[in-house]
Structure formats: structure tokens, C-alpha cells
Design a protein around this ligand. Structure first.
Ligand SMILES: Nc1ncnc2c1ncn2[C@@H]1O[C@H](COP(=O)(O)OP(=O)(O)OP(=O)(O)O)[C@@H](O)[C@H]1O
Ligand SMILES: [Mg+2]
Length: 381
């Protein structure tokens, strides 16, 4: 997969900007706060329809404007593809493939595939469960194309269900009509949520052994890595040893859990359990890495996971995704830096951002197409 052209209008600190890429290895160089991460974010957004740092679409729109526009021209399976997005909150964003408006995100996703690896990823294990869910959700959206729509549906149902729970004002003695209405929401949230949990299991199972292999190679101790999904409604899922639970089996557990939590949900007026509260754990030699691994060990885990994401996308899509490395090389020690650089295949289009190229060796820089970034302007060469 090759990104040929990128266009941004009113995205973050860019007024209007168009970049043509001719090389496969690209580097954005610039001082702090000039717009390097914003550029990578725009590519990521075009791929996943979400940002790796914003929690609301309005944040990516240039201050003082009402909408932002992104466009990408790429080559996939030797064919030209054009992607357009108009971000226009609170309206639903308009997404187009080859000029044709798509009615659902699942029809848009899957054309541009990326793996992003930034400094915040290095803190994945130190971060919050919500950081880890975001990582998982974005990765899965690119592989299982209906996932993003399902997730949006789940969040909508959750909001409506929460509003409904608020109406009870903490009174747990429901009338039969209230019981009936709540059971409709229970049914909807549990069916949608079960599908989400199922796909999260499936994805972790797929990358488990690839990640473990990478991890063994990077960690000098040949440590063993196991991923685990911690579901509030369906229990723990060990990606190595456990079978993926079908949505039907998850649903049974889910329904049971909703019954158990009935009074608590009414009193707190919110949906207290479900995929929006789940987490992922990482075990090194059977020890929980979130609690016990050193910073270096945690970085090795993230590196292994990121590399396994690339391999898995390549396996599924038949083509390498675009790799975005946001400032991350400088944060890795020489051993991990070299491992990462050697692991990147020549055909993987790689876009790196950095404040300083002096840490890179000459030979590495020779093959790079360099762009200088200054106050939301891009200068080639
Ligand atoms: N919605 C927005 N509208 C206008 N400017 C914005 C918006 N969001 C962020 N910015 C500005 O964009 C600038 C550049 O941000 P960016 O994160 O891309 O910098 P960077 O070049 O990656 O810097 P660093 O080297 O520190 O990581 C910041 O100064 C920020 O204030
Ligand atoms: Mg940055």
C-alpha cells in the first residue's frame, strides 16, 4: 500500500496543505509544536475514522472553523484509491471512496491501513483501561470492518439506556411497563456488546503468538508474553489457552450479569459493566506486566505488539500497512531501535516524525524523503 498524496484543510494547525509522496520512507522534521504529529494524525484519521489523541471530532478542526476536510490518494493492489472525509460536527462525518459517498463506516474502512506507533503507545501499559480499549478498537476497526459501526451503535445504546436509568431517580421498585422497557434496552446492549467482546477475543487470539514470537526475539531473556482480555461481563480470556467465546455464549453471561447488576445500575443511573469498562492485561512469564514489568520490559511488549499488528494486517490484507512512527525512535534504546528498523520491510511505507535527525545514521537518512514542517506548512527537501 502506498500513500501518494495527502490533503488537509482546516485540520489542527493546517489551513490548507497538500503533500505528494514519492518515496517509501518518509521523514517529517521540525521543531516542537509545528504540526508533525498533526500530519500523522490526519493519515491515521483517514485510515481509522478516529484520532489517536482527540476524544471528540471537534478537537481536530482548526480553531475558529466549523469543519475540516481530509483527502488521501493511495495505491492499493496496484489500483488508485481516493478517500475523502468531511468532519462537520455535530453532524455525522461524510466519508467517500473514489468520490462516492458511503452510508456506513464499514463501507469506507479497510482501504487505507495503518499502524501508528507513538510516544503515548509506549505508555500503553502505564495508561488507563480506556487507552488500551482505544488501541484495541482502532486496530480491530481496520481488520473487521463492521466493528466501528457496532461500537458506535453500542455507545449510542449505552447513552440512551443511561438516560432511561436516570428517569428512575434511584427507585429500584419498577412498574411492569418500566421493567418491560428496560428489558428492551438490556437486550439491545447485551447483543451488541457481546459481538464487540467476541471480536476483541478474536483479534487478541490472532496476534497472540505473533506478538509472543517478536517479544521473545527482542527480549534478551527470551521471555514469554501472553495477552489477556478482561471482560466485566464475560470474565477473563487468555488469548493463548482459551477458546474464543461465541457471541451467543457471551450473551448468556452478559444477561446474567445485567440481572445481578440491576439494582446497582438503577441506583447509580448508569450502565456499570460491559465492553466500555473492559481492559487488556499483558503477562510476562506469568507475571502481570502492568504491575511488575520495568519500563524497558513494558516498551518491549508494546514494540512486539506494534510489529505483530503490521504482520497481521499484512496477512489479512495481503499488503503491508503504512507505518507511522511519531517521535518514537528517539525514545527507544539502540537495541530496540535497531530491532524496529530492521523489522521494517522495504515495501512498508514508513512515515517518521522527529525533531532532530542527528541521532539517525547517515545510511538510514540517505533513503529517506525529507519534509520540513514549520507552523503548519510543509516544505519538501
Ligand atoms: N484544533 C486545532 N487548531 C489549531 N491548532 C491546533 C489545534 N490542535 C492543536 N493545535 C496546535 O498544533 C500545534 C502542533 O501540534 P503537533 O502536536 O502536531 O506538534 P509537533 O510538531 O508534533 O510537536 P512535538 O515535536 O512537540 O511533538 C500545537 O502548537 C497545537 O497548539
Ligand atoms: Mg509530536
Amino acid at each position: 500500500m502506498f500513500l501518494k498524496k495527502l490533503k488537509l484543510i482546516n485540520f489542527r494547525n493546517y489551513d490548507s496543505c497538500e503533500i505528494n509522496f514519492s518515496g517509501n520512507k518518509i521523514i517529517f522534521v521540525g521543531k516542537n509544536a509545528q504540526g508533525k504529529t498533526n500530519l500523522l494524525e490526519s493519515i491515521y484519521y483517514l485510515a481509522t475514522l478516529s484520532s489517536f489523541k482527540a476524544s471528540h471530532d471537534s478537537e481536530v478542526i482548526k480553531w475558529g472553523n466549523n469543519n475540516a476536510y481530509l483527502k488521501a490518494e493511495l495505491i492499493k493492489y496496484d489500483t488508485d484509491v481516493q478517500l475523502d472525509i468531511l468532519i462537520n460536527p455535530p453532524k455525522t462525518k461524510i466519508v467517500k471512496v473514489n468520490g462516492l459517498k458511503k452510508a456506513s463506516y464499514s463501507q469506507y474502512l479497510g482501504h487505507l491501513l495503518v499502524v501508528n506507533f507513538g510516544i503515548s503507545d509506549l505508555l500503553l501499559l502505564r495508561g488507563t483501561p480506556s487507552d488500551r480499549r482505544r488501541w484495541l478498537d482502532d486496530a480491530i476497526s481496520q481488520i473487521y470492518l463492521a466493528y466501528r459501526d457496532r461500537l458506535n451503535k453500542y455507545n449510542k445504546i449505552k447513552t440512551q439506556r443511561n438516560n432511561f436509568l436516570k428517569d428512575f431517580k434511584g427507585n429500584i421498585n419498577l412498574s411492569s411497563s418500566q421493567e418491560e422497557l428496560l428489558s428492551v434496552w438490556d437486550e439491545q446492549i447485551s447483543v451488541t456488546g457481546s459481538n464487540i467482546i467476541h471480536l476483541r477475543h478474536k483479534y487478541l487470539k490472532e496476534i497472540q503468538e505473533i506478538a509472543n514470537l517478536k517479544h521473545k526475539n527482542i527480549s534478551l531473556e527470551q521471555e514469554d508474553l501472553v495477552l489477556e482480555y478482561n471482560s466485566t461481563v464475560a470474565g477473563n480470556f487468555n488469548a493463548r489457552n482459551d477458546e474464543i467465546l461465541s457471541p451467543e455464549i457471551i450473551l448468556k453471561k452478559y444477561q446474567q450479569k445485567i440481572k445481578e447488576k440491576r439494582n446497582e445500575e438503577i441506583i447509580r443511573a448508569q450502565t456499570v459493566e460491559g465492553p466500555h469498562r473492559d481492559d487488556v492485561s499483558f503477562y510476562i512469564n506469568n507475571t502481570d506486566a502492568k504491575a511488575f514489568a520495568s519500563q524497558g520490559q513494558q516498551r518491549t511488549i508494546v514494540l512486539a505488539i506494534k510489529l505483530s499488528e503490521i504482520d497481521f494486517i499484512e496477512k489479512i490484507a495481503g499488503e503491508s500497512p503504512i507505518l507511522l512512527l511519531d517521535d518514537v525512535l528517539a525514545e527507544l534504546d539502540k537495541t530496540r531501535q535497531n530491532y524496529l528498523l530492521n523489522a521494517i520491510k522495504p515495501e512498508t511505507q514508513t512515515i517518521i516524525s522527529t525533531t532532530d535527525t542527528s541521532g539517525f545514521d547517515e545510511k538510514f537518512l540517505e533513503d529517506m524523503e525529507v519534509f520540513h514542517i514549520e507552523s503548519g506548512k510543509v516544505i519538501h527537501g
